[in-house]
Design a protein around this ligand. Sequence first.
Ligand code: NDP
Length: 463
Amino acid sequence: MQELDLFVIGAGSGGVRCARIAAQNGARVGIAERRHWGGTCVNLGCVPKKLMVYAAETGRMIEDAPAFGWDVQRPETFDWYSFLAAKDREIERLNGIYISMLEKAGITLYTGDARLIDAHTIEIGPSVLAPDAPVQRVRAKKIVLATGSTPIRLDIPGAELAITSDELFHLPERPQRVAIIGSGYIGVEFAGILAGMGSQVDLFYRQTLPLRGFDGEVRAHLKELIDLYGITQHPGTSPVRLEDVGGGKAVRLVLDDGTAYEVDAVIMATGRRAAIDKLGLDSVGVVMEKGHVVAGIDGRTNIPSIYAIGDIRDEYNLTPTAIAEGHMLAEQLFNPQGRTWSFETLPKAVFFSSPIGVVGLSEEEAAQKHDLAIYTSTFTPMRQILPKRAGKVLMKLVVDRQSDIVLGAHMVGPDAPEIIQMLAIAVTAKLTKKQLDQTIALHPSTAEEFVTMRTPTRMVDKQ
Ligand code: NDP
C-alpha cells in the first residue's frame, strides 16, 4: 500500500491548491477526483457561468451598437448549442491544465470515488469518470476532505421535475419559459443570463427583496434592475409542488397561494449542501452538524489526522476562500511560516446583468457596532447614455464616524466586481474615508465616484 504524507479527496479549487502547496513544500501527496478535475468552479460553477454572462452581455452590446454608429442588427436567436460546444471545449482545456499542473508538481492522481476506511486509510474505487477503476488503498499521515457541495432541491412533490444549476449547463436546448426558485447568488445570476439570451424568466422568492444577506439598499436597487431587465419577480412566494404537463412537454409550478405557472423548465436555486455521500465519515467518527463537516478556518476536524476545507465545512462557500483555506492548511502542515489571508473583509460578487460587488460590512451589519456616515451615489453610466439604456449605478460607502475607517463598499453596476476587487485592498488595509478622498480621480470612469463622494447622504447611529 502506498504511504503518503497527505491525501486530498476532491480536486476542486481548494483541494488542488492544498495538494500543490503541500507538494511544493516537499510532501508526498496524492489526490482523488471522482467526476471533474477542477471541481465545481471550473466545470459547473464560476467558469461556465461567467462564459454565459459574457454570452448574454454580447447580445445587449449588439443591441446598443447602432447607437454608437455600427450598422448591425441583433440576430433573432441565440445559438445555445454552438455556445455550449464552445464552453465545453474551454472546460476540457482547463481540465487538462489542472491535471498537468498536479502531475508536474509530482502529485499522484487517482481517478475514482474515495472513501475513508480509517483515520489514515483511503480506498479509491470506480466512479462516473472511471467506471473501470481498480480498487486501491492508500495510507496517509494527513487526509484533507475537499469534496465541495452539491445543489439542494426543495422537498416538495414533483421536485424531480426541476433542474438545478448542474443540469442547466448541459441542457440540449435553451428553455424559452423559465421559472427560477430562489433569489440567492445562483437564482439572480441565472435570471440575468437566461433573460439576456432571450428566455422569458419568472423569479420566485420568499423574501420581499432578492439576495438576502446583502446590504438593504443594494437589494432594493437590484430589485428595480431585475424589473428593468424584463424579468418578472414574484416576491413573498413559496412553491408547494411541481406537476408534469403533457408527459415532459412542460412543468407546472404551483405556489402556496394556489396560483400556477406553466413553464419549459423550473430551476431550483435553493442553496447547496456538503458533498459527503459515500465518504465514509460515519465509520471514522468525523463530527458533522446540519450535514456539514465541523472544522475551523485551520481545517481541523475532531479527528487529528483529518482536515476539511471549502464548501464541505459550510462557512464562506466561495472559490477564493476555498483556495485560501487549502493554501493555508498546506502551509500550516508543511511550512508553518507560510502565507495567511484576512477573511474579515471578503469581497463578493453576484454576476447579474448589472453586476454587484461588495466588500466588508453592509450598513445593517455595521450599524450593530458603529455610528456610521453613509455615502451613496446613483447615476447613469456614460456607456448607457447614447443607447438610452435604463438602469442606474449604485455606489455606497459605509464609514465608521469615529475612526473614519471605511467598513464596507458596495456597488451595483457595470464592472462592479472589477472595481470592488481593487477597493477591497483599501477596505482590508483599513483605510479611512479621508485617504480615499486624497486619491486623485481617474476620469472619465465609473470607479472615480468612490473617491469623489464628499458629503454623507445620512448619518446612522449605532442600533
Ligand atoms: P443561496 O444560499 O445564495 O440562496 C438560496 C436561495 O434559495 C435563497 O433565495 C433562499 O431564500 C431560497 N430558499 C432556500 N430554501 C428555501 C425554501 N425552503 N423555500 C423557498 N426558497 C428557499 O444559494 P444558491 O443556491 O444561490 O448558491 C449556493 C452557494 O453557491 C452560495 O451560497 C454561494 O456561496 C455560491 N455561489 C457563489 C457565486 C458567486 O460568488 N458569484 C455564484 C453562485 C454560487 P431565503 O433567502 O428566503 O432563505
